[in-house]
Design a protein around this ligand. Sequence first.
Ligand code: IDP
Ligand code: MG
Length: 136
Amino acid sequence: MSDVEQTLSIIKPDAYERNLSDKIKAIFLKNNLSILNSKKLHISKDEAAEFYKVHQSKPFYDQLCNYLSSGPIEVMILEGENAILKNREIMGATDPKKAKDGTIRKLYGISIDKNSVHGSDSAENAKIEISFFFNK
Ligand code: IDP
Ligand code: MG
């Protein structure tokens, strides 16, 4: 049974500023995830705080919001079979040091905070995150 899903991907400031967008997009395409829509933007700290509000009780929340709003990013809707889990696998573990070989974070991540990409972690959050950036 095919289960075509959509998920939200973000190329974070550390990857954007190193001009890794095209390389990261090529990895999505190679893994049969198509890029339905994409845009470059520079969000405010308040917008980052809203986007990451599930993490508001975490000790790293303020740092995380400062970081996501620190420079340009690229946001994308990815679509494909099991896109949500597939994207998480392609991204690799949150901490690049723990990410498997060949994953985006292993290839390009600098540190646990500058880990190059975001990906929705569930169908529910994918819907919320896609509408955050694309349905306003
Ligand atoms: P994920 O991006 O792999 O889904 P989450 O646990 O949802 O990871 O955390 C969101 C983001 O918060 C991470 O991508 C990372 O940038 C940042 N983060 C997570 N844990 C830490 C930490 O312990 N210190 C600093 N930043 C962190
Ligand atoms: Mg997450």
